[in-house]
Design a protein. Sequence first.
Length: 543
Amino acid sequence: MESPRLAPALVLAVLGACGPEPLPPDLGGDALWVPLDLDAAIDRGEPSDPIPPAEQRPAGALTLVDVSEAAGLGAVVSGGNTHGVGLAFTDLDGDDWADIVVVSGRSNVSGESFASRLLRNRGDGTFEDVSASSGLGDALAGRDGYSVAAGDLDGDGDVDLYVGAQATDVLLLNQGDGRFVDATAERGAGGPPSDPSLVSNGKSKVVSLGDLDDDGDLDIVSASSTLPYPGAYLLRNDGAGSFTDITDDSGVQIDPQGNPCAVMWTDYDNDGDRDLWIWNDRGGRVLLRNDGGHLSELSSAAGLDAVTITHPMGIDAADIDHDGDLDYYVSNIGNNPLLRNNGDGTFVDITRLAGTEGRYGWGLAFEDFDADGWADIFVAQEDDRPELLFHSRGEPVPAFDEIEVPHPPVRNGSAAHNVAAAFADYDHDGRTDVLTARTDGSRITLYRNETELGTHGTLQVVVAPPPEEIPAGGVGARVAVATGELVQFRDVTAGQSRASSNELSVRLGLGQYRGASWVAVLWPSGRQTVLRNVGAGQRLHIE
């Protein structure tokens, strides 16, 4: 299967932030941590004007096609605890093509154990199993895996893996030559061991990476009901991938009831640092605001007590209404809340208004599948229920149309939760593709996005600063893109959806524009890179 490749990657230099007036709110000012110096931006000189109405062609219906067999994934299965299994869908060997990691474990239903796998993207639409040669297979053999987060944890310029597992989590450092080594004990990682009496049905360990203290490197959070209360631990990166446990002083916590499932670092209040969301299946939820490196619990103040939810499973964020702040979708066995950010630190549940209820949600993401400039939603459902796509109608008051996406038959209905979903443009055709995995030993499923885009433009931004300047790489950066007077933005995150990690890039649709009038990458430190007149159809590498 051949796919068109985007224009060659462009590597661009950084600009210093200096003092123009802040942009007005209708140009995304609330979403930007520092004012942009558009006068000093690098001018690419490429078309960024709107397409004339007479030349415009609308996109077709959202179309995801199961290409697992053609991609060489037909024999790759996943399995584990009914809350287990995690996916990473991102570039691990530095060739700019998204590879696949499947973290599996032991089923509490059948008693079977399933091997974790690393599948290298060949760049031709197919994957090869390098689990043995990479060392990942041996490192995770016998582990009861639950989740995975991908990011550069030791600041050497390549992507490492942090795996949530019983009895302790696992730090796998990328050696840059195709191999991973277990550095858990050597680097002070792994966290406290699980309580064996708590490891049973409905238990999990969900990990996520983010820079808590704004020192430029990635810290680690792991949340689990198999740990002593507060049920989470937080490791501070001391530089070069060595860690100190700061759980007691950090303020990290989970609700004492239930099992943490939806965990994500993200900046909900637009102050430039990473806040932390932890939602519990069969329990409560916490929103932990980052106050200078210390986490303060604010879920009640944010209005989250009014959100009706019983079994939250996954979480993602996007600005669905283009008002300059992040909105959130939380998958749930029942109603999936869509939380609109009021811009004042509070949220309102607009699920029924928007038409995004769902039924049995697990892994999920906001992605613009038809490149119209409005974020759509994919959410995996358990057992034989179809996956769901919610297509945005492109209206300021968010409204979506539901589309069902079939998946292959499950192997064991009592254990077949579609817990994991991860997202990347694996074939470089400009469209976001979907990877899902279940817990019952069924094969993983790769859905190729074959939506006809019409004249909609696409833009992908890979943020890759020199590791000696920003050890965390692109994770934590905010990418903003303007078409005319409309500004879209997404944050680069490591560990979201449901126990999984997406490609470390930002993928945005430009609608009926030939390109972006400007593209900006902001870091919490105030560092910024700005470009003007950036043509559509590019996979852009920005330092």
